[in-house]
Design a protein around this ligand. Structure first.
Ligand code: GLU
Length: 316
């Protein structure tokens, strides 16, 4: 059996907030409770939106919170930043190309919005297949006007897997998603390809992330299959909501780690509140991550989104 290896893979487009911290905490607990390896990968594919200063701040917040990692982040070197891993993505792209699975897509954002089937709960559209069957002449003509994105063909087939937190999840890729983007027209690779290539290359055996990414997983499983890679197991964790059930968003800036560090001074009260909110502990007593690791079990973690207690908002 491969040793357990987990990771936290933040996108440094803003200061880390409570939802991200919960994800870091659960992915870390899941691995550390069984003596596994933990990695930090910085998902700065879109380097313009993800300055290094924000990645450094995330590391500082994670350290403060008590999360440690065996490899990755700035100490691990440049290969832990997705913006430096395009050679690997090029190789995967070639592999898909050789199987004749890729095609150029010239649709503009406006055309996509106009032509797509109603959008899914994750805010993406089911691609209508507009550019799927262009002739070489049409492609050559369109290339003169704008550089294309690249899509991967998906089959009219059901993908099904058992999520460690959400249970069985099933989707028909053609009907529920459509051919999806592998590389954007500006050359930046899409999240789906990069995350698969990286998790496989880094030996990740379990992926813990927010429930909002559950719908991405069938696409990723399809890529694992086509690239001949071993897929990890997945745990899609509940999202945190405000006490009234409203989803937390970037607008809830008062819940970012900058503010919380200032208000609480140390991590244990925050860890305690999160642990109680997510059902790991009966009360919100301050607690350390080590103490939680000793008693961690996925059985305690609920499927449904979790409302934060009023106190956290009041204190924050
Ligand atoms: N980079 C993604 C995010 O910050 C997480 C991707 C993943 O865990 O697969 O939302």
């Amino acid at each position: 059996m491969q040793p357990v290896c987990g990771r936290f893979a933040p996108t440094p487009s803003g200061r880390i907030h409570l939802g991200n911290i919960l994800c870091a905490m659960l992915s870390w607990l899941s691995v550390r409770s069984v003596g596994g390896r933990y990695l930090l990968r910085i998902e700065d594919l879109d380097a313009m939106r993800c300055p290094r200063s924000l990645a450094d701040l995330i590391e500082d917040d994670l350290h403060w919170f008590g999360i440690d990692w065996d490899d990755g982040g700035s100490a691990g070197g440049e290969q832990w930043y997705q913006s430096n891993r395009f050679d690997l993505y090029d190789t995967c792209y070639q592999q898909l190309q050789e199987q004749d699975l890729l095609y150029p897509c010239f649709c503009s954002r406006a055309e996509l919005h106009a032509a797509q089937a109603p959008h899914r709960s994750d805010g993406t559209y089911v691609y209508a297949g507009t550019c799927r069957s262009l002739t070489p002449e049409q492609i050559a003509e369109k290339r003169k006007r704008r550089p294309p994105a690249t899509r991967v063909r998906v089959p009219d087939r059901v993908v099904s897997f058992v999520d460690g937190c959400q249970g069985r999840y099933t989707e028909n890729l053609a009907q529920d998603c459509g051919d999806f983007i592998i590389r954007r027209s500006d050359g930046v690779y899409g999240y789906q390809l990069a995350v698969v290539a990286d998790d496989a290359a880094m030996g990740v055996t379990e992926v813990v992330r927010g429930r909002d990414l559950l719908e991405s997983t069938p696409r990723q499983l399809y890529l694992y299959e086509k690239l001949g890679l071993q897929a990890p197991v997945f745990y899609h964790i509940p999202l945190l909501t405000a006490p009234d059930g409203r989803r937390l968003s970037k607008r809830d800036g008062d819940l970012d780690l900058g503010v919380l560090r200032e208000k609480f001074g140390r991590p244990e009260p925050i860890i305690g509140m999160l642990a109680a909110a997510i059902g790991l502990r009966p009360t919100a007593q301050p607690v350390t991550l080590q103490e939680l690791a000793a008693e961690f079990s996925w059985d305690k973690v609920p499927k449904e989104d979790v409302a934060l207690p009023e106190e956290i908002l009041r204190k924050a």
